[in-house]
Write a protein that binds this ligand. Structure first.
Ligand code: ATP
Ligand code: MG
Length: 560
């Protein structure tokens, strides 16, 4: 996407805060706005992440600032290089650039450890030997403070134990390092939260160097502070954690003091967004992979034919608010439709082909028509489309016994246009032994080249798409519907697997495409006239064995 096409993110409440912060006298006066996007590399990015990316990178762009990409890999389980690579690819594809600021939170383990010792030395952290169960039992309630018999142990003792925790002397769960904050706080996150735990587990980057790992609430503000982040934008579930974020930030000696601001998570109907559920769909074979075109993942949407511009426009239009809400899937589709309406070439393809023979067009003759690629964009050029006696049309464009108001081909019925070619009228059909219609017969008006009859008579029938049987190429076409029938498969108490739509994928073989598509390769989007927007499948399509995905239908089901 060209810089000029991107547009500037519109003002929202986050930007109001930033404006105050960078104004003279504000906490970041004179500083460059600096944000970060911190995915946990335990799955592929989805459309919810695309919103966060838009907020993080888009805000930095708006203020001519910087946005870092940081793999939040402090948790030693589940991480994988496959995910790290895919995350980078997806963000680049969306059109964002972290330049040389690509980091791993695990690179800061030593510094985090140092800050933990600093807190102990300041009397602001202690080693607690309550087990997880005991800690839960001593958590207190709204009227009763939490308790820990280890809270007032001498600094030296905590320091010694913490060093021995690091040295691997104790088993998992034997003790934790806790921040000494306020056992009576009304915010339970502040009741002396654990900030380090023992976990004898290999880390995919640091290997066996560590057997203690920092908790997210401790690690995150440190990561932000080390990188000099000014505004740490995150989703609403972290709101109640902000006092802890601030406490860590303010009690360590790092000079940078980032500010956390929370915004609403994106939810979309008819899909699930949790990585755990998406992973389950992949691992249990309900979909063909993370990039299955029905998945709400960025790679799934890309394979489905979504464009970076359409996802950006979606993110811009849903806005950034402070209250969670669910957006209609149909709105996402409508954003894609608007983008493709502007940019996709109009071509002809027949999904359910039936032969049509022009009985008065000589056998062996052929001609070509020049057809514009886009009726409203002459700069997109035109192409040659061949025509002969033998064509394919859509089976549903013929009815021997027409229903009321049928405006397509029927023996002796109204004249129809073949788009961009000639006017024809149906003169009959041919059936096989079982009585199935196998060929439609028509006559053309030689004086209607280009589609308008020379005598100016009105053509009452529809304009039909067609392809020349002599030059047509075969393709497989995949049609998609919502992955879930249920509008809220993610809702509490529902088994999302029971909400799957058994008809979410329909595979059509032997579809016929105009010859200009013979060499189509991903990424390429087309409007198949009258049928919808389609793209070349970026995984399965090959020259000679083309595969197309329907990205979105032509009709907008989204009620504005
Ligand atoms: P999950 O709970 O599915 O594992 P996550 O929130 O743990 O997702 P992360 O990799 O930690 O996923 O997310 C990286 C960033 O993207 C975080 O800042 C998070 O707030 C944001 N994010 C994740 N999901 C959404 C969403 N649905 N809408 C907006 N932002 C999101
Ligand atoms: Mg997370």
């Amino acid at each position: 996407m060209a810089e000029s096409e991107k547009g500037v993110m519109s003002q929202n409440f986050i930007h109001n805060f930033i404006d105050e912060d960078i104004a003279p006298g504000g906490q970041f006066a004179g500083r460059t706005v600096h944000t970060r996007f911190p995915p946990e590399p335990n799955g592929y990015l989805h459309i919810g992440h695309a919103k966060a990316i838009y907020v993080d990178f888009g805000t930095a762009e708006k203020y001519h600032g910087m946005c870092n990409l940081r793999m939040d890999d402090t948790n030693p389980t589940k991480e994988d290089v496959e995910f790290v690579d895919a995350i980078q690819e997806d963000i680049k594809w969306l059109g964002y650039d972290w330049e040389d600021r690509f980091y791993y939170a695990s690179d800061y383990f030593e510094q985090m450890y140092g800050y933990a010792e600093e807190l102990i030395q300041k009397g602001l952290a202690y080693v607690c030997q309550l087990s997880a169960e005991e800690m839960a039992a001593n958590r207190g309630d709204i009227n009763t403070p939490a308790t820990s018999p280890y809270r007032d142990r001498p600094i030296e003792e905590s320091l010694d134990l913490f060093r021995r925790m690091r040295a691997g002397e104790f088993p998992d769960g034997a003790m934790t390092l806790r921040a000494k904050i306020d056992l009576a706080s009304g915010n339970f996150n502040m009741r002396d939260p654990a900030i380090y735990r023992i976990k004898h587990q290999r880390h995919h980057r640091t290997g066996d160097a560590w057997c203690i790992y920092p908790m997210y609430d401790f690690a995150h503000p440190i990561e932000d502070a080390i990188e000099g982040i000014t505004h740490s934008l995150c989703t609403l579930e972290f709101e109640a954690h902000r006092p802890l974020y601030d406490w860590v930030r303010d009690n360590i000696s790092c000079p940078y003091k980032p500010r956390q601001i929370e915004f609403a998570r994106l939810g979309i109907d008819h899909t699930v967004m949790s990585k755990r559920k998406l992973r389950q769909l992949v691992e249990e074979g309900y979909v063909s992979g993370w990039d299955d075109p029905r998945m709400p993942t960025i790679c799934g949407l890309r394979r489905r034919g979504y464009t970076p511009a359409s996802i950006r426009s979606f993110s811009e239009q849903i806005g950034v608010a402070k209250a969670d809400s669910t957006v209609e899937y149909a709105f996402l589709e409508s954003c894609l439709r608007s983008d493709l309406d502007r940019t996709a070439s109009r071509v002809m393809a027949v999904l359910h082909p039936i032969p049509l023979t022009i009985v008065n067009y000589p056998e062996g003759r052929s001609e070509t028509f020049t057809i514009e690629n886009h009726p409203k964009a002459p700069e997109m050029g035109s192409r040659e489309v061949s025509f002969s006696r033998h064509l394919f049309i859509e089976a549903e464009d013929f009815m021997e016994e027409p229903v009321k108001k049928y405006k397509r081909l029927t023996p002796g019925g109204m004249e129809c246009r073949l788009k961009g070619a000639y006017v024809i009228s149906c003169v009959g059909c041919r059936r096989d032994e079982e009585g199935n219609v196998v060929e439609i017969l028509a006559e053309y008006d030689p004086d209607s080249r280009g589609g308008d009859p020379a005598d100016g008579r009105k053509i009452k029938g529809a304009a039909l798409h067609w392809v020349d049987a002599e030059t047509a190429v075969d393709a497989e076409v995949r049609l998609y519907d919502n992955l879930f029938d249920d509008a809220a498969p993610d809702a509490a108490g529902k088994n999302f697997l029971e909400c799957l739509n058994p008809h979410s994928l329909e595979v059509l073989k032997g579809c016929k495409l105009e010859a200009s598509l013979a060499h189509a390769a991903a990424p390429a989007d087309f409007q198949f006239m009258r049928l919808g927007y389609f793209c070349v499948d970026n995984r399965d399509s090959k020259p000679g064995a083309l595969v197309f995905n329907r990205s979105v239908s032509l009709k907008d089901s989204f009620k504005k």
